[in-house]
Design a protein. Structure first.
Length: 189
């Protein structure tokens, strides 16, 4: 796992400046709901490093199989990376489906143990919007996700309610108000 963390770390490029009190922003949601778009817009406003699980998966596994074992290994490695970066004072945005509360509990635990601010965001969009996005995704070479409409349909029943306070953002609408609220939350100590 340590070599996996090092490989991911090397793939990240230049890191933001460390801060005394880093924040972890966890952006969760189904494929096609706009997690990566939202995370990038948020990173335009905050000097945070975006950890995109789809890109990190392709760094560790080439080609990815998306098997349960691969996903388990990927997220164990990501959680270790998150812990290491937060320990170094690097503020983070984690862009990943994180559909189960069990998966999110690992992140809650890291934030609690390190005493860092945790901001949770659930990104959503109406199914017809997601369908159009995923249909058009094949032509988008900049997108790291391989998920299509069938993957969305399979994953949708497994999406569990976030049990902690969180923001809900519908990316089919103007996301500026949500970005403003989250930036204020992060800046307020």
């Amino acid at each position: 796992m340590v070599s996996g963390v090092l490989r991911l770390l090397e793939s990240l490029g230049e890191l933001p400046e460390p801060v005394a009190e880093p924040t972890l922003i966890v952006v969760s949601g189904l494929p096609g709901t706009g997690k990566s778009y939202f995370s990038k817009r948020l990173a335009d406003r905050l000097p945070f490093l975006v950890l995109e699980s789809d890109a990190l998966r392709k760094t560790l596994f080439s080609p990815p199989s998306y098997s349960p074992q691969e996903s388990t290994q990927l997220f164990q490695t990501i959680h270790r990376l998150v812990r290491d970066l937060l320990n170094k004072g690097i503020p983070l945005i984690l862009d990943a489906t994180n559909l189960s509360e069990r998966a999110r509990e690992q992140l809650y635990s890291i934030a609690d143990q390190l005493g860092v601010k945790l901001v949770l965001v659930r990104v959503e969009a109406p199914p017809e919007v997601v369908y159009q996005r995923l249909k058009g995704r094949v032509r988008d070479a900049e997108n790291n996700s391989d998920a299509d409409w069938e993957v969305y349909r399979r994953m949708r029943p497994s999406a569990e309610r976030i049990r902690r306070n969180h923001y809900v953002v519908d990316t089919s609408r103007d996301i500026t108000p949500a970005l403003d609220k989250i930036v204020r939350k992060v800046m307020h100590r």
